[in-house]
Write a protein that binds this ligand. Structure first.
Ligand code: NAP
Length: 262
């Protein structure tokens, strides 16, 4: 999607993959500076370990605890995380009073961190995070205490979903349940859907398949639904805007993805 956008913008850039071993990250980043790269995306397993190698890390990336986008500035490499902006982008077209809508996030992994930051930025008054592992949940809750964002967050084990679902104005699946190879699975049982408010929004970060079983259940229950494709497009568009300082051709990027995703 980046190269499609670059072609549309008529820029003499290329977006290329570089597999880098963890122990070679610093030399790679120094090399990128030496050859004059404009910027790069960074993914697993480098999203955290890149942070001490950067001159500046934005508040949102500090809060999420991971960087996915890096650009060169006069002072050196700067990093941010565009996943929260990508998550929020499709929601911002809805005319909803986010300050009245508590969010319920299923899962407490990397993507859930971006969702929490985004829900906080949207203005959700309360963010409930449900997970299956009490120890990981406690570490997740703890990690936000020193965060620059300070979301109103509470963590809950999966067995509490019955009491959490009626509170959710925005329900987000940030687990891989329902992804390709396990497409019949859903984080919610059919009999849990009626527990949701009829105005609740169901959002699944998964983009293959589209829709997931979860979103099919939610649509059948009459809820507004969002899948993960737009988040993927918009986090990329936000990165491209940083590198090029131009409005990205989002439609071209979306189309390029649609042509290539299974
Ligand atoms: P991750 O860091 O591995 O976290 C996955 C989370 O889901 C963990 O909290 C894990 O629990 C939980 N989980 C996994 N299987 C579960 C199960 N059977 N029951 C209950 N909880 C379960 O992964 P991630 O990077 O956050 O990604 C999560 C999902 O978001 C993936 O489907 C990914 O493709 C999608 N995603 C989409 C975008 C986008 O742009 N649309 C961006 C990022 C991620 P434990 O901690 O207990 O293992």
């Amino acid at each position: 999607m980046h190269n499609a956008a670059i072609a549309t913008l008529g820029l003499d850039y290329a977006y290329l993959p570089f597999p880098i071993a963890p122990e070679r990250l610093k030399v790679a980043v120094d090399g990128f500076a030496a050859v004059g790269l404009q910027g790069f995306n960074i993914t697993i397993p480098h999203k955290q370990t890149i942070m001490p190698l950067l001159t500046t890390v934005t508040e949102v990336a500090q809060a999420i605890g991971a960087v996915n986008t890096v650009w060169w500035s006069d002072t050196g490499w700067c990093g941010t995380n565009t996943d929260a902006a990508g998550f929020m982008a499709p929601l911002q077209s809805l005319k909803r009073d986010w300050q009245q809508l508590p969010a319920l996030v299923l899962g407490n992994g990397g993507a859930a961190r971006a969702v929490v930051a985004a829900c906080h930025q949207l203005g959700c008054p309360e963010i409930l995070v449900a997970g299956r592992n009490a120890q990981k949940l406690a570490a997740f809750a703890q990690s936000w205490q020193a965060s620059p964002l300070q979301p109103n967050l509470s963590t809950h084990t999966w067995d509490q979903l019955g009491s959490l679902l009626p509170k959710a104005g925005l329900l987000v699946n940030a687990t891989p349940i329902g992804m390709a190879l396990n497409v019949e699975a859903s984080p919610l049982a059919d009999n849990q859907l009626p527990l949701l408010d009829s105005q609740a929004i169901a959002y699944d970060l998964i983009y293959t398949p589209r829709p997931t079983q979860f979103l099919q259940q939610a649509a059948t229950a009459g809820l507004a639904t969002f899948d993960g494709l737009e988040m993927l497009v918009q986090q990329g568009a936000a990165a491209l805007a940083i590198w090029t300082q131009q409005p990205p051709p989002v439609d071209v990027m979306r189309q390029a993805l649609l042509e290539r995703l299974p």
